[in-house]
Design a protein around this ligand. Structure first.
Ligand SMILES: CC(C)(COP(=O)(O)OP(=O)(O)OC[C@H]1O[C@@H](n2cnc3c(N)ncnc32)[C@H](O)[C@@H]1OP(=O)(O)O)[C@@H](O)C(=O)NCCC(=O)NCCS
Length: 150
């Protein structure tokens, strides 16, 4: 398996990533419109993809307003998980938040997704709250996590 490199997400990445998005998030997938809308706001967004020789194997996005920044999404294609890509994508978002002068980053994660929570905890995130039935239609709660940036 060759190594993937991270690069900015472009509009032409949206189509190929939608099938993977659906595979990973099912009925709670983002739509093409949601991705288009994020890419249309570069002053407050930073979206990257993991690109393996032209093949998209992961993506992640940050929203950063002065004083408030959020991990909007992070995903790795099923057959490329568990090899450090998630951690690399997250690390790129945190670096970008620092470059933009942010002091902390927040995110929501599914309460039943222990793997993602573990990845976030290793990157310095701590659980600070819970939003009941945040994810729809599943009704799964969200754990709100926050990381202080040094
Ligand atoms: C959550 C997600 C992004 C993690 O991506 P990933 O690329 O698998 O993450 P990493 O490989 O960096 O880390 C995951 C695990 O692989 C392990 N790992 C990392 N590098 C490794 C390597 N070289 N060899 C073996 N294991 C490794 C990590 O220790 C970690 O182990 P753990 O799950 O037992 O804690 C991915 O599982 C995913 O896309 N899930 C579906 C979408 C989702 O839930 N997104 C989060 C929404 S909030």
């Amino acid at each position: 398996m060759s190594a993937a490199t991270l690069r900015p997400m472009r509009w032409w990445d949206i189509d190929p990533l939608l099938a993977m998005e659906h595979d990973l998030f099912g009925s709670e997938s983002w739509t093409a419109v949601a991705f288009w809308s994020e890419l249309a706001q570069p002053s407050t967004r930073h979206y990257v993809v993991a690109d393996d020789d032209g093949e998209l194997v992961g993506w992640a996005g940050l929203a950063a307003w002065s004083g408030e920044s959020f991990v909007q999404t992070i995903a790795v294609r099923r057959d490329r998980q568990h090899a450090g890509l998630g951690r690399a994508l997250l690390s790129e978002l945190l670096d970008e938040a620092k470059r933009r002068g942010e002091r902390h980053v927040m995110l929501e994660v599914r309460a039943n997704d222990e793997r993602a929570q573990r990845m976030y905890a290793r990157a310095g995130f701590e659980a600070i709250g819970r939003r009941a039935r945040y994810y729809q239609p599943s009704g799964i709660d969200a754990i709100v996590m926050r990381a202080e940036l040094s």
